[in-house]
Design a binder for this molecule. Structure first.
Ligand code: USQ
Length: 378
C-alpha cells in the first residue's frame, strides 16, 4: 500500500500460510484483518490505484517464474518467509518447514531473476538476529579484518539464535553468492524488531488494517508488552530483561524499502543495510510501557525459554539508510498511547492461553504444535 501510494505500480504474491499458522496455534490477529482480495478491492475504492494479485507459493518455481515473467518488476521485495523464531523452535517438523520454506523460496526467486531479467533488484528482508550478540560492534554486513599481516573485507560473522534466524543467514549466503555468480543486484535489509501497527495507509479504512500479534509465538516484544498492560496481564520479561535489541517503528519499515528501491546497488553488488533506528534493553521497554499505561501493571520475570545471552555488549551500526534519507520515528509515549487505543478496541479477541511462552528452545518437542509433519505436507 505504501509503495502504491508513492506512485509505484505494485503486485503482491501470497500463499496465505500466515493465516494457517494462526489456525494451527488457535489464535487470531488482535486487529481483525480482511481477506487479501477484499483489501485490494478496498484499496482501489479508497485510492483509485490497482494492486495486482498473485496467489501461489514461492516453493513452486513455476509460480515464481510466472509472477516475474508476467509482471516484469523493477524490484522484488521479498518478505515471504516464516518469520517467527519460536515457531521454528517448536520441534523438528517446524524447524524443517521454516528452513525449506525460506531457503527454497529465496532460491527460486534468485533463479527466476537470473533467468528472466538479472537487472531486477532483489530487496530481501533479513534480520538483525543473523549477527547474534558478539562482543564487538556489529557492522552493516561486512567487516574489515587484518589477519597475520593481510587485510580483507569479509562478511560479518553470523551467530544467530534460532533455526528461523539461521534460515536468514543461509539466504544471505545464497544471495551474496548469486550476486557474484549471476551478476544480480540485491539489498539485504537486516531488520530489527518491529513495533506499532498503523501506517498512513492502513488507517484509511478498517479493511486496510494489518495484523497485530499478541501470542508468544508470533507477537513481538513491545507490541506484546502493550497488549499485556491493557489486559491487566503481567508483562512477561524473559530472563533478567538485560538483553538488548535494535527496534524500529512499522512506518520506518516501509520507508526503508522505498529508499532501497530508489537507490539500487550496481549489477553484481550485494549490500546490507541494518534496518533499525534505536537500541533498547527489554527492561527499558517494560518500564516504558508500565510508565505510560495509566492503570496498574506488573512485570513478571519469566524463566527465559530461549537460548540467548543475558547480559551482553550490543552496539550495531545503522547509518546507511539514514544517509539515504531515513528520518526515524523515535519510540515515544505518544506512539505507545496510540497503540493502547487500538488494543482497547479489540481486547475481547484475546485468547489468554496463548500469551505465556510455551516453546522452550532446549526441548526438541513443544506443545502448541500441529501433528508432526503437518506443515511439510502443506
Ligand atoms: N521477549 C521478552 N518477553 C516476551 C517476548 C520477547 O522478554 O514476551 C524478549 C526475547 O527474549 C528477545 C526479545 O524480547 O530477547 C525479542 O523477541 P521478539 O519475539 O520480539 O523478537 P525476535 O524473536 O527476535 O523476532 C522478531 C521477528 C523476526 C525478526 C526479529 C528481528 O519475529 O521476524 O527477524 O524480530 S531481530 O530480533 O533483530 O532479529
Amino acid at each position: 500500500m505504501y509503495l502504491s501510494d508513492r506512485g509505484f505500480e505494485v503486485a503482491v504474491a501470497d500463499n496465505f500460510v500466515r493465516r494457517l499458522y494462526d489456525a494451527e496455534l488457535g489464535v487470531e490477529s488482535l486487529v481483525p484483518i480482511a481477506t487479501l482480495h477484499q483489501r485490494v478491492r478496498t484499496w482501489k475504492n479508497v485510492t483509485g490505484r490497482e494492486i495486482g494479485l498473485f496467489v501461489g507459493d514461492l516453493r513452486d518455481p513455476e509460480f515464481v517464474y510466472r509472477i516475474i515473467g508476467e509482471f516484469r518488476p523493477q524490484a522484488v521485495v521479498h518478505f515471504a518467509e516464516q518469520r517467527s523464531a519460536p515457531y521454528s523452535m517448536i520441534d523438528r517438523a517446524h524447524a524443517v518447514y521454516t528452513q525449506v520454506n525460506n531457503v527454497v523460496g529465496t532460491l527460486n526467486v534468485i533463479y527466476a531473476i537470473a533467468e528472466l531479467d538479472p537487472d531486477i533488484h532483489l530487496v530481501k528482508l533479513g534480520s538483525m538476529g543473523e549477527y547474534g550478540t558478539p562482543n564487538i560492534d556489529i557492522e552493516e554486513g561486512f567487516i574489515e579484518i587484518e589477519h597475520r599481516g593481510r587485510k580483507d573485507v569479509l562478511p560479518f560473522p553470523k551467530q544467530p539464535g534460532s533455526f528461523y534466524h539461521l534460515s536468514k543467514v543461509h539466504d544471505s549466503h545464497n544471495i551474496h553468492f548469486a550476486c557474484k555468480n549471476f551478476g544480480l543486484r540485491s539489498t539485504d535489509l537486516n531488520q530489527g524488531v518491529v513495533y506499532g501497527v498503523e501506517t498512513e495507509q492502513s488507517v484509511r479504512h478498517p479493511d486496510l488494517a494489518t495484523r497485530l500479534d499478541y501470542d508468544a509465538v508470533f507477537g513481538t516484544v513491545l507490541n506484546r508488552f502493550c497488549i499485556q498492560a491493557v489486559l491487566g496481564h503481567p508483562i512477561t520479561v524473559y530472563g533478567h530483561g538485560t538483553q538488548i535489541r535494535g527496534f524500529l517503528d512499522i512506518r520506518d519499515t516501509v520507508r526503508c524499502i522505498e529508499l532501497a528501491i530508489a537507490n539500487p546497488p550496481a549489477r553484481g553488488e550485494y549490500r546490507v543495510f541494518n534496518q533499525f533506528t534505536e537500541e533498547f534493553s527489554i527492561n527499558q521497554l517494560a518500564e516504558l510501557v508500565s510508565r505510560t499505561w495509566p492503570g496498574p501493571s506488573t512485570v513478571e520475570y519469566v524463566d527465559n525459554p530461549r537460548t540467548e545471552a543475558l547480559s551482553h555488549y550490543y552496539h550495531a551500526r545503522h547509518t546507511k539508510l539514514v544517509e539515504l534519507g531515513l528520518v526515524p520515528h523515535k519510540l515515544s509515549e505518544t506512539l505507545i498511547q496510540s497503540l493502547f487505543q487500538v488494543i482497547e478496541r479489540h481486547r475481547d479477541r484475546v485468547n489468554w492461553e496463548a500469551i505465556r511462552p510455551t516453546v522452550n528452545w532446549r526441548r526438541t518437542r513443544n506443545p502448541r504444535a500441529s501433528g508432526a509433519g503437518f506443515l511439510e505436507k502443506v
